[in-house]
Write a protein that binds this ligand. Structure first.
Ligand code: ATP
Ligand code: MG
Length: 451
């Protein structure tokens, strides 16, 4: 192991020399400085494990003010390097003031060799341990960002989403993510977490949709042995697991009303009890929640507490449905193609033009998730390097019962135009007449819809 580096600073050359010999003999690597400017220059050019410095530099002052100012500048430059200050015998007040301003320890002159050496050694070991843990933390963060989910969002409709993630991700603010099923709410939750200051702590997920009402409370808050028949031993709840980290409450609209009150309490006060216990515990969790329900409507219908909604939606991120960000379809499709082709070990290069056109035109009621599934299925079906329209096995846009209600106005228009063209064998004049449009108006729409 490399020996620890110590910077020794004093304006008296004989003091510096004596300390240098002492600490060098103890195995430290030494550098010296004789003025405040010299100390700052040394810190700028090298990393040190410890700085051992005198507080007085101008011979005629003994106030130590110069040294105290210097301490502040060192910390601005190198916040983590431990500083041990030297003060004249009897000036304990000055030493205390220096400690208050961030010095880690002090020695009084004339010093005791053994004690000074022990002090420097302790500080250098602490400093190395700190550096090691900071490096590990940074490495972990990097490793984790490796499994950070890809968030494809180049369409204009997604720009507000990206901006919000960048702005509120690093804060501790509670965020509510809304959007239709399959729009990527979980991906956004993971992205928020990945850019947060809590990324080195776990993100604990609770899916309120998948839990039976009876076990929900103990899942969230834990329980103690004997709290109910099946409670054979103590159990830590998700809130406690997320202490210091992030809690992702998915499908929040499904939390039963009686538990909403308990949820509100822990969000307001940070206090909770395990089921069956009266011992109050404090937890500090950043809460990200998601729902595809309209919570304002749920509040109006008495199914969701308004005060809880206000706690959860400090910031709300709404994900637009895929049909409002069709620009992203080619990118998403290519992303899923790459991912699944690798998984199924098939060589596929892309989509032929008619297949891509169909992907662009599809209504995508199931949003990004449906696109993902369609691409996965097509990969299994494909027999050539390009995926063809037939491989996609998309349901034709048919006027099945009630389907029109689910379409946007544009989709309905495109659907009716396609039908009219099919009925008149592609004759634009006849189709236009049947639709009550002029020929040029129909051509404009054909262009717009890419038909
Ligand atoms: N913008 C995106 N970029 C890349 N992949 C995405 C994106 N949005 C969604 N996905 C993928 O689509 C699928 C569905 O996304 P996700 O599970 O986040 O949706 P959701 O909104 O939570 O859906 P639900 O409401 O059904 O829970 C996942 O496989 C996810 O990785
Ligand atoms: Mg989800």
């Amino acid at each position: 192991m490399k020996s620890a580096r110590v910077l020794i600073a004093d304006d008296q050359a004989d003091v510096v020399e004596a300390l240098r010999l002492l600490l060098k003999g103890e195995g430290f690597e030494i550098e010296t400085a004789h003025s405040p400017a010299g100390i700052l220059a040394a810190l700028e050019s090298h990393d040190f494990d410890v700085v051992l410095m005198d507080l007085n530099y101008t011979r005629d002052t003994t106030s130590g003010q110069e040294g105290l100012d210097l301490l502040a500048r060192i910390q601005a430059l190198e916040a983590t390097v431990p500083v041990v200050v030297m003060t004249a015998w009897g000036s304990v007040e000055l030493a205390v003031e220096a400690m208050r301003r961030g010095a880690r320890d002090f020695v009084q002159k004339p010093w005791d060799n053994a004690r000074l050496t022990a002090t420097v050694r302790t500080q250098s070991e602490l400093s190395r341990a700190l550096k090691r843990s900071q490096r590990l933390e940074a490495e972990n963060r990097l490793l984790r960002s490796g499994d950070r989910p890809a968030l494809i969002a180049e369409a204009p409709a997604m720009q507000p989403v990206l901006q919000l993630i960048a702005r509120v991700g690093p804060s501790d603010a509670n965020v509510l993510i809304t959007g239709e099923p399959g729009t990527g709410k979980e991906v956004v939750a993971r992205s928020l977490y990945a850019v947060s200051g809590r990324a080195s702590r776990p993100m604990v997920t609770v899916n309120a949709g998948g839990l039976a009402e009876g076990i929900f409370e103990s899942e969230l808050f834990g329980h103690v042995k004997g709290a109910f028949t099946d409670a054979k031993m103590d159990r830590v709840g998700r809130f406690e697991l997320a202490d210091g980290g992030t809690l992702f409450l998915d499908e929040i609209a499904n939390v039963p009303l009686n538990l909403q009150a308990k949820l509100l309490r822990v969000l307001e006060t940070g206090e909770m009890e395990r089921v069956g216990s009266s011992k109050t515990k404090r937890v500090d969790a950043r809460v990200i929640s998601a729902t595809n329900a309209n919570l304002a409507e749920e509040v109006a219908n008495g199914r969701f507490r308004q005060d809880l909604l206000f706690r959860l939606n400090t910031i709300e991120i709404h994900l637009p449905p895929l049909r409002e960000r069709r620009e992203d379809i080619p990118l998403l499709a290519a992303h899923f193609l790459r991912a699944h082709a690798q998984r199924y070990r098939k060589h596929l290069e892309g989509f032929d033009p008619s297949a891509m056109q169909a992907l662009l035109d599809n209504p995508w009621q199931g949003n990004v998730r449906e696109l993902n599934h369609v691409v996965e299925r097509a990969i299994l079906m494909a027999s050539e390097a390009l995926i063809r329209l037939a491989d996609l096995a998309l349901r034709p846009i048919a006027a099945g019962t009630g389907r029109l209600e689910d379409m946007s106005l544009e989709e309905v228009e495109a659907f009716l135009i396609k039908k009219a063209l099919a009925r008149y064998n592609g004759n634009v004049s006849h189709a236009a007449a049947a639709l009550g449009l002029s020929r040029s108006a129909l051509y404009r729409r054909l262009e717009r819809f890419g038909l």
